[in-house]
Design a protein around this ligand. Structure first.
Ligand code: WT7
Length: 679
């Protein structure tokens, strides 16, 4: 594959790296240090020396590096261009003249290579007594073709947006792959979102098609997915076709001409459907995610760069070897499910486990039951799940063998060292490497992590940048505090990334200006992550959490503004201010300050009405932990709510309220503190 180099338009602050980056090899600063386990160095895809060499290469000549990585996958037409991007103005392209199809790379090419009998998916149902299911690559190909042709029959064409609202079943992944196959853009909406939230997401991308199941199962409870779709479609027009997959057998209302049962409508479609040749920069999917302002944004990823990025990160981060079973417990409704349940594993020909249920059903040993039953080698989950399980002690873990496990991972939020230690000592018997992978919906895949065979671990630190990633810490004014290339220790700041990588989101669907505004305007010419971060003297990066008005509740990202909008919809509410506060299990909880209209009285009934209101607008994941009625909110004389103070009070930290002299009415603070103490 002949690839020309250096098609990058340099952004304002792009500087070249001429000296290789060498960190101190001896880690001395932190006693809390776990060296690479002996077992992780065997047959590893990446030793410490490999990492240093590859990382340096990826920084000094990114185009050569990413041209090489692009050979992991098949191209119908190999790209001659690699990176072509600018952060000011914002335009991001990778492999722009390449032609490929992600479904081909995830499914067909393995079958063509004679690996059709290898297992692509293992399905573990919510109810453990029900049979699990293994789907070979050949069977998956047949399933995807059937779904793809059914979508075509429904009228779906290349470029159309298809909303997928499914439980965690194989058909959810099949629906994604079927879209990729025919060049439709999928927008997966998490099954826990309300009809209102679903409607907003259908409307925003003018999706004319929906794929759902009759209902889903989570911990023995039925989630009425089709009924939710019906409710959503009362609020938004334009949906022409709904494909309903029979899963639980729960009865559904079917609207004639619009709604189709998959097993009937898709019964007689042709058994062939070629993979549509797609340009590398054609859209692959939209995924809605919350920000600090406004409605959730439709983050858009394109095919070529995302394919290479997820294939490469999966290979290195999980050090995957053929035949191993990989279990990522994330839902396909989140980016983790996209990248590491479906696309990353399948492009690597891996066996990926799809679990329908929840970690606590029928009991807190469920994950470990699954590990034993399916001989899982690599297990990837969220800190919030670990904290919840940890509360139940070691017994449920110790009652299972877990012998098959080789590597553990976490994602979604900072992991507190206590939970890390429990994961390491109890789940991993003190022997397994843990990868704490920091990334975002916008980054497409892992950005900062240790690599299991290369790096020792520090509980609570994500570790080192992945290949091609150039993190930078800046202060509030944008002054550079630290670059990956320098060796100063113990520095903190706001985390930016200075150079593009293939898996980076390209835009916000339908609103490029918002994309620029949200991510590239705070610090001009840099991608701002919204996270705070510290870097220690050993070159390890420690994510400290969001520095904007985004909260992370049980690994679910939420805008406080979204919860506020839901609250003020209630006709008794005058104003609402929502902040996060530390929560033992969820990481962050949701704390709502609410003022009422004149003449309205607070009370338990109103409180539960407000909770319902939020669940209705967003979904159960946004249920407030505290609703604090107050006669007034702390405001500056110009009327700005002082959120800093509200955060401190919610955190029960009354000593550090800072300067309150600019408040219009400082006495508000005392009454809020009083109210907090009485909760
Ligand atoms: C935000 C992104 C990454 C896919 C799932 C979440 C937080 C994520 C870590 C980690 C500390 C983390 C950040 C980030 N986050 N992983 N390993 N350590 N924080 O994707 O919903 O887009 O949320 O999750 O705050 O900005 P997301």
């Amino acid at each position: 594959m002949g690839l020309l180099l250096n098609h990058r338009t340099y952004s304002t602050n792009a500087e070249s790296v001429d000296s290789p980056i060498v960190w101190r090899e001896q880690v001395s600063e932190h006693q809390d240090w776990f060296p690479v386990p002996e077992s992780a160095t065997k047959d590893t895809h990446c030793s410490a020396a490999d990492y240093n060499r590859l990382y340096t290469a990826s920084i000094s000549d990114p185009d050569s590096f990413w041209a090489e990585q692009a050979k992991r996958i098949d191209w119908f037409t190999a790209p001659t261009k690699v990176g072509n991007w600018s952060y000011d103005p914002v335009s991001i392209k990778w492999y722009e003249d390449g032609v490929l199809n992600l479904c081909h790379n995830a499914v067909d090419r393995h079958v063509a290579a004679g690996k059709g009998d290898a297992i692509a998916f293992i399905f573990e149902p919510d109810e453990p007594s029900k049979p699990s299911r293994k789907v070979s690559y050949a069977a998956l190909q047949a399933e995807v073709i059937r779904m793809a042709n059914t979508l075509k029959k429904m009228g779906v064409a290349k470029g159309d947006r298809v909303t997928i609202y499914m439980p965690m079943v194989v058909e959810g992944a099949v629906a994604m792959l079927a879209c990729a196959r025919i060049g439709a853009i999928h927008s997966v909406v998490f099954g826990g979102f309300s009809p209102e939230a679903l409607a907003g997401r259908i409307e925003d991308c003018a999706s004319r098609f929906v794929i759902c199941a009759d209902s889903g199962l989570r911990g023995g409870k039925h989630v009425p997915l089709k009924a939710n779709v019906d409710a959503a479609l009362e609020r938004v027009s334009g949906v022409e076709g709904v494909l309903v997959i029979e899963h639980t057998g729960d009865p559904c209302n079917m609207t004639p001409h619009r709604d189709h049962w998959y097993h009937e409508y898709g019964a007689d479609v042709p058994s062939e459907c070629p993979c549509e040749p797609m340009n590398a920069e054609d859209p692959l999917f939209i995924l809605y995610t919350s920000g600090s302002t406004g409605k959730p944004k439709g983050v858009l990823h394109t095919i070529g760069g995302y394919s290479v990025w997820t294939a490469t990160t999966f290979h290195y981060v999980f050090d995957y070897k053929p035949g191993e079973v990989f279990f990522c417990s994330a839902d396909i409704g989140w980016v983790t499910g996209h990248s590491y349940v479906v696309y990353g594993p399948l492009q690597n020909g891996a066996t990926s486990l799809i679990f329908e249920g929840i970690p606590s059903y029928p009991d807190n040993g469920r994950f470990w039951d699954i590990v034993d039953r399916h001989q899982v080698n690599i297990f990837y989950t969220a800190p919030t799940a670990l904290r919840a399980l940890m509360r139940d002690g070691d017994a449920p873990v110790k009652a299972r063998s877990r012998k098959s496990l080789r590597l553990l991972g976490t994602v979604g939020e900072p992991i507190n060292p206590e939970a890390w230690r429990w994961y390491h000592a109890t789940v991993g018997e003190g022997k397994l490497p843990i990868v704490d992978t920091w990334w975002q919906t916008e980054t497409g895949g892992t950005m900062i992590t240790t690599l299991p065979g290369a790096h020792g671990m520090k509980p609570g630190s994500a570790g080192r940048p992945f290949f091609g990633i150039r993190p930078q810490l800046v202060d509030a004014e944008g002054q550079v505090i630290a670059d990956e290339g320098d060796t100063r220790g113990d520095v903190s700041g706001n985390l930016c990334i200075t150079h593009s990588w293939p898996g980076q989101a390209r835009t916000v669907y339908g609103d490029h200006e918002r994309f620029e505004q949200t991510y590239f305007s705070t610090y001009k010419g840099k991608y701002f992550t919204g996270d705070g971060c510290r870097r220690d003297g050993d070159g390890y990066w420690w994510i400290t959490g969001r520095v904007d008005d985004v909260i992370n509740v049980s690994g679910h990202r939420m805008g406080t503004a979204e919860v506020e909008s839901a609250l003020v919809l209630h006709d008794k509410v005058a104003e609402a201010a929502v902040v996060g506060f530390p929560h033992e299990i969820k990481g962050q909880g949701i704390y709502c300050y609410v003022t009422l209209n004149a003449g309205e009285e607070p009370g338990a009934e109103l409180e539960s009405e407000l909770r319902m209101q939020v669940r209705q607008e967003i979904g159960p994941i946004a249920s407030p932990d505290h609703i604090h009625f107050t006669p007034a909110l702390p405001k500056t004389r110009s009327g700005k709510i002082m959120r800093r103070i509200l955060r401190k009070i919610a955190e029960n930290d009354f000593g550090a309220l800072g300067d309150t002299s600019t408040l219009a009415d400082p006495s508000v603070v005392d009454s809020l503190i009083e109210g907090r103490k009485n909760r």
